[in-house]
Design a protein around this ligand. Structure first.
Ligand code: ARG
Length: 405
């Protein structure tokens, strides 16, 4: 036996993979003396008590539950909403947003304990390894990072056998046929029957949303925004985490925010992904429409160009990066006056904006109206158009000349 490797702090989910990792970290080839498992609450639908018990049974010296739900909402979720962040135009970055929060909690504890290593349970095939490792290194430069599930590829049966041999309680109910990750901002579902891109998503894959076919009667909600962030639902003031959770329930009942896509992962593979993000999709739709009312064309053009870049960056794990901070400074500057109300109609499978208003809107009815009493300077349009056509006319005249010689 080599001399003990000290302490490892693990990003623990409570699932089979990371439970087995706890036990394995104390064995060959790792040989850690002490393993501390950290379960970070980012609003996921997990029962923490059995997860903690399983972690202890697996041999963790300590299992900590760290509540970061509000911090996650106020930092990652808020910035994603301000940026209308959608990876490849569709995915609201659910998992990509939570990783930096989890990694930060793990790395901070590791620093505090003077731990030798930080550990995550990602395989080599996904994006999450990158997000964890970049965030670990950003928060604890020089730390040793261990990825047991990348070091050795386990089959589910091997894991079950390993768990039983070490007295790690394995859940009695049959395991989900999917790989699921969830948090306050939504739910990601992959693998199983979904691996065939032609196969329609089975209804049982969804949990946060109901089938649009059995949606309740349409209804409207009014969302109040302040400096770009939602602060009220139908006149009720709510913190961001609670507002998102509430809206997930409201919009989820209509099957809003179901996303079925083929996504390009960082490791070069295309994967079929299902997402449920009722609040995220409703809020982004509403927020964009308020921006359309308040921001200048120049601000909108610049911001709409930056938005997919931000999403790309965060998808690729660069949450803790100077460029993300620089983008955020630009976004924050644009959001100062994005204050007002948006009315959204919730109906089967769709959240549709039906009204927006703001004390800071640049929309001027007196200018835009086709009715009586409008103030548009019609006479000025004449000269403006004469100048606007000049170059086109010159070029066209030249082309005609060239065509006849
Ligand atoms: N494909 C998504 C992403 O890279 C979701 C990954 C979620 N992980 C999971 N085990 N289902 O962000």
């Amino acid at each position: 036996m080599p001399h003990p490797a000290g302490t490892a702090v693990l990003a623990y989910s409570g699932g089979l993979d990371t439970s087995c990792a706890i036990a394995w970290l104390k064995e060959e080839p790792y040989g850690f003396e002490e393993v501390v498992a950290v379960l970070v609450d980012v609003g996921q639908d997990t029962d923490f008590a059995p997860a903690v018990a399983r972690g202890r049974a697996a041999g963790a010296d300590d299992v900590l539950v760290i509540d970061r739900r509000d911090a996650f909402a106020e930092e990652q979720v808020a910035k994603a909403l301000l940026t209308n962040a959608l990876y490849e135009g569709r995915y609201p970055l659910i998992s990509a947003l939570s990783r930096p929060v989890i990694a930060d909690a793990v790395a901070s504890l590791a620093l505090e304990l003077g731990a030798e290593a930080v550990v995550h349970g990602c395989t080599g095939k996904g994006n999450d390894q990158l997000r964890f490792e970049l965030a670990f290194k950003a928060r604890y430069p020089g730390v040793r990072v261990i990825a047991p599930l990348r070091d050795r590829v386990w089959t589910r049966d091997e894991e079950m056998t390993y768990a039983r041999e070490r007295g790690i309680p394995v859940e009695a109910k049959p395991a989900s046929p999917y790989s699921v990750d969830d948090n306050l901002f939504g739910r990601a579902i992959e693998a199983g029957a979904l691996e065939d891109p032609w196969a329609a998503p089975p209804e049982e894959a969804f949990e946060l949303t109901g089938p649009p076919e059995s949606a309740p009667a349409p209804r409207e909600v009014t969302i109040a925004f302040e400096a770009g962030l939602p602060v009220m639902l139908d006149g009720e003031e709510l913190g961001l985490a609670d507002l998102v959770a509430r809206l997930n329930g409201l919009a989820g009942a209509y099957g809003i925010g179901r996303i079925d896509m083929i996504e390009n992962r960082v490791v070069g593979i295309k994967s079929r992904e299902l997402y449920e993000a009722p609040a995220a999709m409703t809020l982004i739709e509403a927020h964009r429409s308020l921006e359309d009312l308040v921001l200048t064309k120049g601000e909108l053009d610049a911001k709409r160009e930056l938005e997919p870049r931000w999403a790309d960056l965060v998808y690729r794990g660069l949450w803790f990066s100077p460029v993300r901070a620089a983008y955020d400074a630009f976004v924050a500057e644009t959001q100062r006056l994005v204050t007002g109300d948006v009315r959204v109609r919730l109906a089967a499978g769709a959240a549709v904006v039906t009204g927006r208003r703001s004390a800071y809107g640049l929309y001027a009815e007196a200018l835009a109206s086709y009715g009586a009493g409008e103030t548009f300077p019609h006479a000025a349009a004449d000269g403006f158009i004469r100048l606007a056509v000049l170059e086109t006319e010159l070029a066209a005249a030249r082309d005609r000349r060239l065509a006849t010689v």
